[in-house]
Ligand binder design. Structure first.
Ligand SMILES: [Zn+2]
Length: 349
């Protein structure tokens, strides 16, 4: 691959070209140093970096809107139309799955960030490489300021909330109120606060690097270049602000504008007899009244609790041992400093 192609601004085309890769670095007219570090990994180092931002896509190969959005951001940065006041790492994660128009080839990659993996399949190899690259990025010699990681996905099913963000659970005492405000400004319809470690890419950055991190579910999957990026106008603006504004804006959380849910239970599939108690095509955040059958397995049943519960990411076809469904409840939060759940709200259904 010639370096001219790498410098052309066609980050996505280069990433999925399958051409042999060579690392290359160059400096833009605005003084920003670019490093095409590895396949699908583009790093911008600003001389005036106030924060450090990872924006990743393509962890699932068929979730194409995020891939197109990251490609668009790469074009703006490489052309010098956007001058970052931050170090920025853009990721297009899984070129082989993108070319195969599939979520993954062997294994769901977004479960492979819990620890370094063996190298048994391509997803494990890529997840290891991404862990190393993110670690290297967040440990740049010159690093100072906040660390952020937005991992962009698309939902594989319909959702009561078209755009929503999942905040990973971390043991770190994060001052993450600004993350909630950022997500609200990105026009996320809902936030979901996780209750347990998950092995996702955003969890990795939150837990290991104390980054303000979230997984964003942007609408529905569609073929590459068949997405309407105007749907993500507010997200794009918020990402550009995060990269370009040296000082954090003093925006406030607007109560009631964004629905917030807390995960209260996780149902795992532990045998092949596992069945959901409702249609497999149910939308994310579908609410079930108290006593509704949610799942059954080997004679054991799971039913909605006394308040009723909403389901997110239901999937009976996961591997044994994996999560088959999350159960969530609407909550009210405070974003002063750290996100704190104030109280559980009655479900508006
Ligand atoms: Zn995904």
């Amino acid at each position: 691959m010639s370096t001219d192609i790498q410098k052309s601004g066609e980050f996505l085309k280069v990433t999925i070209s399958g051409l042999p890769f060579e690392k290359c670095t160059w400096t833009l007219g605005n003084g920003v140093e670019v490093c095409h570090q590895d396949v699908g990994i583009l790093v911008f180092k600003s001389p005036n970096a106030k924060r450090n931002v990872v924006i990743s896509s393509g962890i699932h190969g068929d979730e194409t809107a995020p891939i197109e959005l990251v490609d668009k951001l790469a074009k703006s940065l490489l052309a010098g139309d956007v001058t970052p006041q931050a170090n920025v790492m853009l990721v297009i994660g899984h070129p082989d799955a993108i070319n195969a128009h599939t979520r993954f080839l062997k294994e769901n990659m977004n479960r492979l960030f819990k620890q370094e993996n063996d190298t048994a399949n391509i997803e494990r190899v890529i997840a290891n490489r991404l862990q190393h690259c993110v670690t290297e990025f967040f440990r740049l010699d010159s690093i100072s300021g906040e660390k952020w990681h937005l991992d962009l996905h698309s939902a594989i099913r319909g959702s009561k909330h078209y755009m929503f963000a999942v905040l990973p659970h971390t043991t770190k005492p994060q001052q993450n109120g600004s993350l909630a405000v950022f997500l609200q400004q990105s026009a996320m319809d809902a936030l979901m606060i996780s209750d347990a470690p998950s092995g996702t890419f955003s969890w990795y950055s939150a837990e290991h690097h104390d980054a303000l991190a979230a997984t964003l579910e942007m609408g529905r999957v569609a073929p590459l270049y068949h997405n309407d990026l105007s749907e993500f106008e507010f997200l794009e603006k918020a990402l550009i602000s995060l990269m370009t504004e040296g000082d954090a804006k003093s925006a406030n959380w607007i109560e009631g504008k964004t629905a917030v849910y807390q995960v209260c239970r996780t149902i795992y599939k532990t045998s092949n007899s596992f069945k959901l108690g409702f249609s497999g095509s149910a939308e994310n955040f579908t609410w079930f009244p108290s006593g509704s059958l949610l799942a059954e397995e080997d004679g054991k049943t799971y039913v909605a609790d006394e308040d009723g519960e909403s389901v997110v990411f239901p999937n009976a076809n996961v591997a044994i041992g994996q999560r088959a469904c999350l159960l969530v409840k609407p909550v009210s939060i405070s974003t002063e400093g750290k996100i704190t759940v104030q109280c559980i709200l009655p479900e508006a259904h």
